[in-house]
Each structure stands twice: as structure tokens, then as C-alpha cells.
Design a protein around this ligand. Structure first.
Ligand code: NAD
Length: 494
């Protein structure tokens, strides 16, 4: 059995805790590896190595850091396909989806290459006679990132690219379900010339996370995962004096108005609902269809959904792969199987595929969902598109704003005025206008509202730089014997 171990000081370090997790191939349902799960002592040892590496890394010139980041970008670019194979093997992604994830991750590396141009402070000459005032941004120290299974390459890149470019040393605790991508990326960073200890990978579960959250030498925690754990990570981390950004789950609505191009809306809904088997935090899971076009839209969805080719990522024609685990597949199936009993209409039931040895489901489509039904109230995180019929734009907007989550949303319309009003009123962090998955480009920042984000700094982009640095303001005067005198009054600028 293949064993996946930690990455410390630019080499593989075999775990000593005696605890391991199982890594499956979701397409076959078979265990293919075991991953070491760190003990508290192992977490402490990695933190010590990261702390030891910090002073030298912080002192390394920004152009040298940028040079390493540029090389990392080149290595990632040259190794896209190989990295994608880990995403297919352990997560189940089909190649187009895996390569898309890597491409979006690389955009974050490219943004980080330009951080020297952005990590600038301000300078005010002659704030007072002979006194200048300026601001600088400095790294935090040892920072940690805890990532989910569904983007094993991209989400780590959201975090570590900015963190290390800003001069921090970084500990990644990836999902124990698909840990290999992080090891591959770690080796590329080594090849790019990153010094020992600047980027370490610690595999583990709750025990490792809990230690990171309380250890005094961890300065900040970046988390992406489900809402209950995001909340826990935020509360525990901040209680222990850490800066925390914790991104949680989602329920993303797509509001389709009567004037929308319905074919475009149907294509977009199908792509955004079933891509990556619905295991995306920005997946569209609810279409809000205004009554007058709801039947027509459902018809268009019904013709498209059965054409989706479900299969293993090793089949070049497959468009949608399996779910991450047997338990998750069964949980998703339970939402579909219970929907009719709750009063919804199951238009397409994809649970027949649940008999496969791999963790597959076919895409499902559920109409007439309403708040109060489990398939609406909870994040399903699977290939299930639900449709809620609403009377008007106003009812659609209210439905979105009443939902506990606020990650992404989209409006489909040809009316620019309504779209503008929507962006003004909607209580969601990332909004698409005729764009179903509005993941911000790397030079903006990513993050939802409400139960989709705990903390006040979004991830990557400019807010990522703020998160991984702290500001300092210097007020300086050069000695001038002509103006020197004892004065016990409070210093004023005038
Ligand atoms: P998860 O919350 O189960 O796990 C995320 C991380 O937390 C993993 O590294 C895991 O090891 C760790 N963890 C799990 N249970 C823990 C516990 N009890 N204590 C401490 N740490 C724990 O999430 P997941 O299933 O890996 O990922 C799917 C979820 O992530 C979905 O809810 C999805 O919406 C969300 N997600 C959100 C975003 C976003 O940007 N908002 C992006 C991707 C995924």
C-alpha cells in the first residue's frame, strides 16, 4: 500500500504517530494509499522548523522571492498534466475539470509574482518640521492553511502564494482525503529554489488542526471547508489570539428572469450545477425560475441533463466523475430519495448509478423545492440541481437574502437596470451577471458573506496581502542640533 507522509524542510518525513487515514480512488471505490496523520508532537516539530526558517526568509529580498515564485509558476505550467492526474486519482475529477482547477490556481501564483509592486506603504514628507511619516507592511511569521478535499491544488495556491511572497513561512494541512497534490506542489517549490522550512506540509485530521489553532507560534490560520468547521476554526483560532479567515459552505442561487436567454441560462445552470459532480463551493445548486418561464426552463434542463457523460476521469470522454467518498455519495442520494416525501418533484433521479463500486451518482434534477425542505435548507454538495419557482424578481431576491449562506449567486437577464439593482441589493459576496460561477480573478479577492465566511478578510488578491502582513507606521526625524530642545508638551504637528 502506498504511504503518503509529511513534507518538512524540503523532504518527505515519515509520520511517527502510528495513525493513518485511508485514501480511496473514488472511481473504483478501492483504497489506494494511506496517509500519515500527525500527532501533537509532530505538529510542534513542524512549527519549530517553520519558525526557524522565518528570519532568513523574511530577510530574503523581494526580488529573490519573486524569482522563486516565477520559477514555481513555470514548473507548475510544465507539470499541469501530471498534477492533474493526482486530482483524478484521489478526488475523481475529469481532466478538463482538474486542468481548470490548476489553471485558476496558477493565476494566484502569477498574482503573487507581482506582490513587490503591491506591498508598498505610503510616505508623507514633512508631516511636521523635519518629520516624515511612512507606513510599511511586514510578514506575520509562521502561518497555517487548512484546506478542503474539493480543490486539492487550487485552494492551497489561494493561500501559500501570497503568504510566502509576503515573507511568511507556511504550514499546509491539506484534506486527508486527497493529500498527494500538495506533496507534488511542495516538490515543485523545492525545485524552484524555495529554502528549507518555508513551505511544509503536515497531513492530519482534527488532532493536527486543533494543535495548529492553539499553538502560540502560529500567527494566522486560513481555512476553507464546511461551515460548522469554519465557525469552529474561527472561534478557536481567534480565542487563541490568531488572525483567522475561515471560508465555509454555500447554497448558490441563480435567478432567471423572464427576459433571459433561456438556452444560455439552461447551459449555464447545467454546467455550474454538475461540473465537478457539484462538489464546488461555487456550484449553482438552486435555480430560481420566475413562474412565467419556469416550465420552459425545466424542459430545456430536462433535455440537457441526460446527455452528461458520467464516468471515471481516466475516460477521456467523461464529463462528470464520482463523488469523494461512499458516505458522501450515500448522503447526497438521501436528499434525492427524500425530496418527493417533502413535497418536491424529482424530475430526474440519478441514484440508479449508486449501485456502482465507484462513488458515482448520475445527475439529478428536482423541481418545486421550497424553504423547509432538507434538499433546499442544507448544502448537498453533489450533482443535484434544484428548482424553486418564484413569482417575481422581488421574491427571488428575498429568497436569496433569507438564505443563511452568501457565497455566490447569479442573475440571468437582458435588463441592465435590474442586474444593477440586483448587485446593489443582494447579500452575497460574489455576484455573476449572466455568469454562473463568478469566481473572482486573482487580482480581486474571494469570499462570501454570512455563514460562508467567518472573519473580515477575503482570500487571495489584495485582501490576501493584507491578511498575511501587518502594518507599521514610522514617524522619523533626523537629528538636527539647531532644533533640539527639551519639551514635555504633547507633540503636535503645527
Ligand atoms: P471539511 O470541513 O470536512 O474539511 C475541511 C478541512 O478541515 C480538512 O482539512 C479537514 O481535515 C479539517 N477538518 C474536518 N473536520 C474537522 C474537525 N472536526 N476539526 C478540525 N478540523 C477538521 O470540508 P470538506 O468536506 O473537505 O470540503 C467541502 C466543504 O468545503 C463544503 O462545505 C464546501 O462548500 C466548502 N468549501 C468552501 C469553499 C469556499 O471558498 N467558501 C471552497 C471550497 C470548499
Amino acid at each position: 500500500m502506498q504511504r503518503i507522509s509529511h513534507w518538512v524542510n524540503n523532504k518527505v518525513v515519515i509520520g511517527t504517530s502510528g495513525r493513518t487515514g485511508k485514501v480511496f480512488n473514488p472511481a473504483t471505490g478501492e483504497q489506494q494509499a494511506e496517509v500519515d496523520l500527525a500527532s501533537v508532537a509532530e505538529v510542534d516539530a513542524v512549527i519549530a522548523k517553520s519558525k526557524a526558517a522565518f528570519p532568513e526568509w523574511r530577510a530574503t529580498g523581494m526580488s529573490r522571492r519573486a524569482e522563486i515564485m516565477f520559477r514555481t509558476r513555470e514548473l507548475l505550467d510544465a507539470n499541469r498534466k501530471e498534477l492533474a492526474t493526482f486530482l483524478t486519482l484521489e478526488h475523481g475529477k475529469v481532466p478538463s475539470d482538474a486542468l481548470g482547477e490548476i489553471a485558476r490556481g496558477i493565476e494566484n501564483i502569477e498574482f503573487a509574482c507581482g506582490i513587490p509592486a503591491l506591498m508598498k506603504g505610503g510616505y508623507s514628507e514633512q508631516a511636521s518640521g523635519g518629520v516624515d511619516v511612512y507606513s510599511i507592511r511586514q510578514p506575520l511569521g509562521v502561518v497555517a492553511g487548512i484546506t478542503p478535499f474539493n480543490f486539492p491544488a487550487m485552494v492551497p495556491m489561494w493561500m501559500f502564494a501570497n503568504a510566502i511572497m509576503c515573507g511568511n513561512t507556511f504550514i499546509l494541512k491539506p484534506s486527508e482525503k486527497d493529500p498527494s497534490a500538495s506533496m507534488f506542489i511542495a516538490d515543485l517549490l523545492r525545485q524552484a529554489g524555495l529554502p528549507d522550512g518555508v513551505f511544509n506540509v503536515l497531513h492530519g485530521d482534527k488532532e493536527a488542526v486543533d494543535r495548529l489553532l492553539v499553538h502560540p507560534d502560529i500567527q494566522s490560520v486560513s481555512f476553507v471547508g464546511s461551515t460548522p468547521i469554519a465557525k469552529y476554526v474561527y472561534e478557536t483560532g481567534t480565542k487563541n489570539g490568531k488572525r483567522v479567515q475561515a471560508l465555509g459552505g454555500a447554497k448558490n442561487h441563480m435567478l432567471v428572469l423572464p427576459d433571459a436567454d433561456l438556452d444560455m441560462a439552461a447551459d449555464a445552470a447545467v454546467s455550474a450545477a454538475y461540473g465537478s459532480a457539484g462538489e464546488r463551493c461555487m456550484a449553482i445548486s438552486v435555480v430560481l425560475a420566475v413562474d412565467t418561464i419556469a416550465d420552459a426552463l425545466i424542459e430545456k434542463l430536462k433535455t440537457r441533463v441526460p446527455n452528461i457523460k458520467v464516468g471515471p476521469g481516466t475516460d477521456p470522454s467523461a464529463e462528470m466523475g464520482p463523488l469523494i467518498s461512499r458516505e458522501h455519495r450515500d448522503k447526497v442520494a438521501s436528499y434525492i430519495n427524500n425530496a418527493a416525501g417533502e413535497g418536491a418533484t424529482v424530475v430526474i433521479n440519478g441514484t440508479d448509478k449508486a449501485k456502482d463500486a465507484g462513488f458515482f451518482l448520475n445527475p439529478s434534477l428536482i423541481d418545486n423545492v421550497k424553504p423547509g425542505m432538507k434538499c433546499y435548507d442544507e448544502e448537498i454538495f453533489g450533482p443535484v440541481l434544484t428548482v424553486m419557482r418564484v413569482k417575481s424578481y422581488a421574491e427571488g431576491l428575498k429568497t436569496i437574502n433569507d438564505n443563511e449562506f452568501g457565497n455566490g449567486t447569479a442573475i440571468f437577464t437582458r435588463d441592465g437596470g435590474v442586474a444593477r439593482q440586483f448587485q446593489y441589493d443582494v447579500q452575497v459576496g460574489m455576484v455573476g451577471v449572466n455568469v454562473p460561477i463568478p469566481v473572482p480573478v486573482s487580482y480581486y479577492s474571494f469570499g462570501g458573506w454570512k455563514a460562508s465566511l467567518f472573519g473580515d478578510q477575503h482570500m487571495y488578491g489584495p485582501e490576501g496581502i493584507n491578511f498575511f502582513t501587518r502594518g507599521k507606521v514610522v514617524t522619523s526625524r533626523w537629528p538636527d542640533p539647531r532644533t533640539s530642545a527639551v519639551d514635555l508638551g504633547f507633540p503636535t504637528n503645527r
